[in-house]
Design a protein around this ligand. Sequence first.
Ligand SMILES: [Mn+2]
Length: 399
Amino acid sequence: MYYLYTHNDLDGLGCGILAKCAFGDKVEIRYNSIAGLNTQVERFLERAKKKKHLFITDLAVNEANEQRIEDFVKSGGKVKLIDHHKSSLHLNRHPWALVEVAYDDGRLASATSLFYDYLLKGRLLKPSPAIEEFVELVRLYDTWEWDEAGNLEAKRLSDLFSMLSLEEFEERMLERLMTGEPFAFSPLELEMLGVEEERIGRYVRRKKREIVQTFVGGHCVGVVHAESYHSELGNELGKEYPHLDYIAIMNMGGKKASFRTIHDDVDVSAVAGQYGGGGHAKAAGCPMTEEVYRHFVAEPFTKEPLRMDAFRNEYNVKDSTYGTLYENGKEQQMFIFASGDDWIVDVEGDELNRTFPAFEEAERYVKRQYGAWLVRDEVYIAYLMEHMSHRKSQALVLM
Ligand SMILES: [Mn+2]
């Protein structure tokens, strides 16, 4: 008998589906949350007989279970832990662990793709084009490579997963993969997916107006409260507000926090690690401890939300040598303008002591330090009229 303890997300479920394809009725699968795994593993090892074969996928065990597995393996038990989280790499010191974040060719790994390779190598599963396609879609989604590759099928697979119960999704996928036909969605599923895409779009647009900017541990953070669509939110909010180092998504009901970044030079697994969590460089999470509550919920609570940059402007546009006007929730106005090769920032009539070599840097500074956004043309024109006499701005010449 085989046992699989895996994560309850799409990647973890992908492992479950592969195990069913490989072992059929001879595998018992438990889908776990990150927090639930260790209790399950401990209980399993307490009553485990040597004949049992345990797989753990897409999750890491704690130190106590690491030791228990070591003892179990030494006494003849069979365990294989397969994961792709950066925070699990230390487990590679054991021969029973296989943790790989990326392949040699640079593609990021997922638990499902690693488990698939493992099953093929051990001749426990026969390769099939449908299974291969399914594994690749899960990998693309879980590593977020689908976004860059523009692979909407991967996103749809994840949307379908979130719309169905775990059991129903598992059953539907198994049916599909066993037929040997190419992997495809049914017409009804495609219709459901269209509705879901619109729903997500509306949800994300609403959250763009609720996000609050704050500083935590030297990072400029956007905080938003949300129970669903964390990956979409992390991605869309990150792109809308690129001056933010990362997006912190608070789930009060679930007592969890998620961290997402679109920036290569920010590692949110390190942020989550400080609060007892873990994950990937660009997507990580942790439990909602009192400290997390204080930093991300209580302290920024009274702040005004950020606003999106005005997007239909003709005059108040970025990178304009005539000047660009920003405003924040405290009604402070920041004016960025060029002077020779430098960009200067004027805050409420006072020029800052420092200058910036590029507009983007001046804007980033204004957005991070003042939580500001680009104002609409009307506000810009009114500002110029008021300040024209002392600034002698050339901007009005344009109008
Ligand atoms: Mn995963």
